[in-house]
Design a protein around this ligand. Structure first.
Ligand code: URA
Length: 238
């Protein structure tokens, strides 16, 4: 049994919030009866009509995108900027799993499967994310050790990341650092480096859980395989 507003939202016709409004407004019938109580439980055998139209379960879609710079990770942008959804050809209401900043590039998953998204983003699951950052200046051993001991941001002590210095460029006074984190706080990587005194000039996510970019070019995407989707569902048993 599932909550009526969730079932309506998962049919793909509208968001969960709008589904709640439709229920309260008396636009929803379950087995012929108007239902206005939010949270009414329904099963797959119940017949649900919204505005007199029968809803059906939407098939699930899963994408892996190599996000370019200058694209927002939302479904709609109030400043009319290009969104990650604009890059994917589908009529299904998909949304991003987690977030990358406007100027961050790299691996982003998108889906219409809320449970899948939740498994990958829930803090308790501690899913690893690998980022490669270009920093202004050349990071010191001391700063790396400070990062590794777990910095405090907004009064929250973050768990210890893995940190690897990959490259030093003395002439441009920059370096490339790989950092692996398990949380997904807003601007987390930029804030972590800021905390130890470094500005992130470029940021790319190269890995999330077992997903990698492989040969996907910037702006390109592919569908996930059923095997990959079920590997994500295995997180449940972790
Ligand atoms: N950390 C950031 O600072 N930005 C991102 O886009 C992702 C992680």
């Amino acid at each position: 049994m599932e909550r009526l507003q969730k079932v309506i939202a998962e049919s793909g016709i509208t968001s969960r919030r709008k589904a709640e409004e439709l229920i309260v407004d008396g636009k929803v019938r379950v087995n012929g009866e108007i239902v206005t109580t939010l949270g009414t439980k329904v099963s797959s055998s119940d017949e649900i009509l919204v505005n007199n139209k029968m809803i059906s379960k939407e098939s699930k879609e899963y994408y892996l995108l190599n996000k370019p710079r200058g694209v927002v990770t939302t479904t709609k942008d109030d400043k009319n900027r290009k969104t990650v959804i604009d890059l994917i050809k589908t009529n299904t209401r998909i949304y991003p799993v987690g977030r990358l900043d406007y100027d961050t590039t790299g691996l982003l998953l998108l889906t219409n499967d809320g449970e899948f998204a939740n498994l990958l983003t829930h803090p308790s699951k501690k899913v690893e994310k690998v980022y490669v950052a270009k920093l202004r200046g050349i990071i010191t051993r001391e700063a790396i050790n400070k990062l590794k001991s777990g910095v405090v941001i907004d009064n929250i002590k973050l768990s210890s990341p893995r940190v690897k210095l990959k490259k030093i460029n003395k002439s441009s006074n920059t370096c490339i650092v790989e950092i692996t984190i398990t949380e997904g706080k807003n601007h987390q990587v930029k804030n972590m480096f800021k905390e130890v005194g470094y500005e992130v000039l470029k940021l790319k996510r190269e890995k999330l859980y077992f997903f990698t970019l492989d040969n996907l070019k910037s702006g390109d995407y592919r569908k996930l395989t059923p095997k990959e989707v079920s590997r994500v569902y295995n997180i449940k048993n972790k």
